[in-house]
Design a protein around this ligand. Structure first.
Ligand code: PMP
Length: 415
């Protein structure tokens, strides 16, 4: 191991102790978990925060004028402040809790898409979108008459700005909906530059931060993002809780997405009026326990600090690219200049599913498939890839274990 890798920016041995699952054995081998981009493992602080709310203070939020309800409501609403601080939103009212990033994008597609966009307007996405940032726009296209355009990526897996320019050329584009980090290629897109690009051309921007928020400090004001979405479960928090950030003036003008309790101002049989955002977009009993778990996850990552988290990821990624490039027959998809700890690859000797299955026998968890990005697989000329992805608990030795595992697979398949 290189000296740089030995001196990681934080004490990983200590961090790993915070994640109980990392001691697990799989098929009699020590777990090597390289699938954090699908969903990250949970630190003890998150598990404890969720258990605590159930054991000590649980009640429904925003409803009862009783002790437990007020305590839980305060804990729940405090997370809105934590998310606002995480993203550097101008106001806590710009933070809407959703089930996940997918629901947040659907919310924008249904509410903003059907009220602010007109038939004939165009939406631009890129070739490297997750299905979550494609299918909702397709439905909007088919039901509302907007156009859906796709900006190309380069062979290196970076956004092709010349293609983006072309998509915007006729002035019809009103929304750019794009990932900040590809869950397949690991490429980052230049969020601030893209926001300026869209705004100069009279369009809004939605950033899919499902992957990026885990690895980098996000400042929605510095980026000048109109919409920003992410999921709690990739950020070391629980499943069932996600976030939509939107600028206050946009949320104010948007009609509800889901309707029912908690999102109204008044209700009669004749008509109803809506609460102000964010309540307007949080119909029904929310994911109280999960939201509080997300708050604990945010505290956890903030305490480590995003400078350290980004630096750790950079060193791991450099190391992984170096050791994987040494394996004959292995091809890494995507060579973006600005890339993070998500590495997709194919092997001449074995299919992605065989790679994942055989690695699993060695205790190593990677993902195989199309990664919810089927059109991107087509662009890359593959039907599936294997993908290794890193979290703040990932050790360089685990990447070495992956490389050793892949070399063994090569031997099995006679490569
Ligand atoms: N966008 C990207 C880039 C993702 O990686 C994912 C999750 N794989 C999503 C959106 C969707 O996230 P979720 O399934 O948590 O809604």
């Amino acid at each position: 191991m290189s000296a740089a890798l030995k001196s990681m920016p934080f004490d990983i041995a200590k961090i790993r102790k915070d994640f109980p699952i990392l001691d697990a054995q799989v098929h009699g081998k020590k777990l090597v978990f390289l699938d954090s981009a699908a969903s990250a493992q949970k630190p003890r602080a998150v598990i404890d925060a969720m258990t605590h709310v159930m054991e000590a203070q649980y009640a429904n939020v925003h409803r009862g004028l009783h002790f437990m309800s007020e305590k839980t409501s305060d804990a729940y609403e405090a997370v809105r402040d934590k998310v606002a601080a995480l993203l550097n939103a101008a106001s806590r009212d710009e933070i809407v809790f959703t089930r996940n990033a997918t629901e947040a994008i659907n919310l924008v597609a249904y509410s903003y898409g059907r009220s602010a966009l007109r038939p004939g307007d165009a939406i631009v996405i890129s070739e490297m979108e997750h299905h979550a940032n494609l299918v909702p726009w397709q439905i909007l296209r088919d039901q509302h008459g907007v156009e859906l355009r796709v900006a190309k990526i380069t062979d290196d897996g970076e956004l092709d700005f010349a293609s983006l320019e072309e998509q915007f050329a006729d002035g019809k584009v009103k929304l750019l909906a794009i990932t900040q980090m590809s869950n397949v290629l690991g490429s980052y897109t230049p969020a601030g530059r893209l926001a300026a690009f869209a705004h100069e051309r009279g369009a809004k921007i939605l950033l899919d931060g499902a992957q990026a928020v885990v690895h980098r400090r996000i400042d929605v004001q510095a980026i000048d993002a109109d919409f920003y979405v992410f999921s709690g479960h990739k950020l070391y928090g629980p499943t069932g809780i996600g976030v939509l950030y939107a600028k206050a003036e946009l949320l104010e003008a948007m009609p509800p997405f889901l309707a029912g309790g908690d999102m109204i101002s008044s209700v009669s049989y004749a008509s109803s009026t809506w609460a102000r955002p964010p309540a307007r977009f949080e119909a029904g009993t929310p994911a109280i326990i999960e939201t509080i778990g997300l708050g604990a996850a945010i505290d956890y990552v903030q305490a480590i600090g995003f400078d350290a988290i980004s630096e750790h990821e950079r060193r791991l990624t450099d190391h992984a690219l170096a050791v994987l490039s040494d394996i004959e027959g292995l091809k890494i998809l995507g060579q973006a200049q600005d890339r993070g700890g998500v590495i997709s690859f194919t092997m001449a000797q074995a299919h992605a599913h065989d790679i994942a299955t055989l690695l699993d026998r060695q205790g190593i968890a990677v993902r195989a498939g199309h990664h919810c990005a089927e059109p991107l697989m087509g662009r890359l000329g593959v039907s599936s890839t294997a993908r290794a992805s890193f979290g703040l608990y990932t050790l360089p030795e685990e990447i070495d274990a992956l490389a050793a595992g892949l070399n063994r697979i090569k031997q099995v398949f006679g490569g």
